[in-house]
Design a protein around this ligand. Sequence first.
Ligand code: ARG
Length: 469
Amino acid sequence: MNDTADRRDTPANQQWGGRFAAGPAAIMEDINASIGFDKKLWRQDIQGSLAHAAMLGKIGIIAAEDVAAITAGLGGIAQEIEAGTFPFATALEDIHMNIEARLTERIGEAGKRLHTARSRNDQVATDFRLWVRDALDGLTVQISDLMRALAARAAGHAADPMPGFTHLQTAQPVTFGHHLLAYVEMLDRDRGRLADARRRMNVSPLGSAALAGTSFPIDRDMTAAALGFDRPSANSLDAVSDRDFALEFLAAAAISAMHLSRLAEEIVIWCSAPYRFIRLSDAFTTGSSIMPQKRNPDAAELVRAKTGRVTGALVGLLMVMKGLPLAYAKDMQEDKEPVFDAAEAWALSLAATAGMVRDMTPDIARMREFAGSGFATATDLADWLVRVLKLPFRSAHHVTGTLVGLAEQKGVDLAGLTLEEMRAIEPGITAEVFSVLTVEASVASRVSHGGTAPANVAREAARWLSVLS
Ligand code: ARG
């Protein structure tokens, strides 16, 4: 294709077309335009422009009448966009030029003064930061909601035993409440990562202009404060080329999505026919078009899968950024779609997970039955030998292993062995040992800080519910 091929017959861009005689090739317009996705930034773009115009007016860089016209004009544009009547144009590339061109259409000369002492480089850095900050705040609320759902279920099942696994092999009994609260801890760290990222991102790039700052006597503290930022950025080159805020957001998203994926995987396992630990209602399952007995946990599977795209977004943006010399390069326009997509996937996953947690009906009797199978209280027997007979733990482990082997041979549980059979292996054992072999005794004994004892779990669930209220 030569450079005159397939032009769309557009005139040179009205925002920067002074030295351009003609418009771009069609393919140039297609690859260059971001309006298809960055229209999502319209609220932040208007917010930034309002703050910038007010500052220009206060300093006297533009006249008060111009500020009034710009403010009213931007208000009208917000209404148009909300009503769906705004004429978005691909030829105007992005949300910044679409809004500015429309402003000039609506208010004339004053509209052309808005871009004094700024550039699209600091403008987009500001808009995108504001968008990520808003998304981060919304997601924090959603994470808290899921934590609340988990803590409420945990409070209801603080004393209900289930098998605890390592290697997905029966290990020791835990309570269902304890298991659910493990996810509350993970989600709390996810909130913490967002809070940390928010603190670092809350710096205003506005007024860094294209890359070097500006010769106009602007007040960057004023615009920073108006936009809820803690302070203006210290280095103009860094400010227009920094996308760490988006990367930190995506890193927090990737870790949190990984947590949600683990819970989703457990839900899939718990719902499966061999387990049947929980049941999801019609509201969170689908049927099969061929197998009438099926009740598929599709929501959980999709939460598990969305982790892939969230992590992909993080890796994708890291690759976009990794070789960029200072300062702005158009590569950075590719920062938005992964963030928008990951934010949406994360929000959906949080909402679906909260829905499933509230919806699920645990089968307490079945969990209790399996909690006691697989010699789950073998550690309790070993601990008893240490505590009562003063055996060294390694010896107790050996004795218990021999008893487990014997029980396995006879096809019974540890509690199914007779006292005589036990004494044949360790003569010191007394009938008292049977008191530690029940699932209830096992979980009740785990009173160490952070352990699964029902009293601990009830206290932790109550603490979380009050923290989250
Ligand atoms: N649409 C652009 C972006 O998303 C805005 C900044 C363009 N700046 C420039 N110098 N071409 O990055």
